[in-house]
Design a protein around this ligand. Structure first.
Ligand SMILES: *Cc1c(COP(=O)(O)O)cnc(C)c1O
Length: 216
């Protein structure tokens, strides 16, 4: 299954984040041997433990909610944080990146699903955040794009329209704030059940777990 999905992403010029949460080291090693280098985790402790045990050319992406007091544990090594959902969190990541003499690439997470429970910003909230970010000129953060999760539903039209919304948010922010910024390029959307729809709607980065590793 991995080979097919990796080839599909490659053909469509989309980055594949292999979501390895809850999966053992051995499962990651198997994919690593097949050439995969980007892995996604949603818990700080689990990601840190795996980082310590695995080859150092793996790019670790934090895709789950990040608690402010835990940013320090991943700041030394994380390759991208997909889940920035407040200015306060951005400030803390900037500080921790500075302490580690790094620039950490991040994505702004948007609430695009109809469900109440998912984390994420609205478009106006993100505009406030970006304006504050510009004023404070954070030198240890790079905002590289947006991330979102569609509703947990079998209604494919709804999923597609939510991805379409995220693409529009990206285009709006790009035009208003990042038109000269060559790093603002990423739209992280699409999981095992919906990554093909996400790619049709403009995804540049899909986060696929169970379709690669099997059920959790
Ligand atoms: C678990 C998870 C995924 C992967 O989900 P699958 O359905 O297993 O592909 C993607 N994104 C986030 C934020 C996740 O927590």
């Amino acid at each position: 299954m991995y080979t097919n999905i990796a080839a599909y992403c490659k053909t469509h010029h989309v980055n594949l984040v292999a979501v390895s949460k809850t999966k053992p080291i051995s499962a990651i090693q198997e994919l690593y041997a097949a050439g995969q280098r980007i892995f996604g985790e949603n818990r700080v402790k689990e990601m840190t433990e795996k980082y310590n045990q695995l080859p150092k050319d793996i790019e670790w992406h934090l895709i789950g909610h990040l608690q402010k007091n835990k940013a320090k544990y991943i700041a030394p090594f994380v390759s991208m944080i997909h889940s920035i959902d407040s200015f306060e969190l951005l400030e803390i990541v900037d500080l921790q990146a500075k302490i580690n003499h790094r620039i950490i690439p991040v994505l702004l997470q948007f609430h695009i699903a109809t469900e109440e429970t998912k984390f994420g910003l609205s478009l106006p909230e993100s505009m406030d955040l970006i304006q504050n970010y510009t004023i404070k000129s954070m030198e240890h953060i790079k905002i590289c794009g947006v991330m979102g999760m569609a509703s947990f539903t079998e209604n494919l039209d709804l999923i597609r329209s939510e991805f379409h919304t995220l693409k529009n948010i990206f285009d709006t922010l790009k035009e208003k704030y990042f038109s000269d910024d060559l790093s603002f390029t990423e739209i992280s959307m699409g999981m095992s059940g919906d990554f093909k729809i996400a790619i049709e709607e403009g995804s540049t980065m899909v986060r696929v777990g169970s379709a690669i590793f099997g059920k959790r």
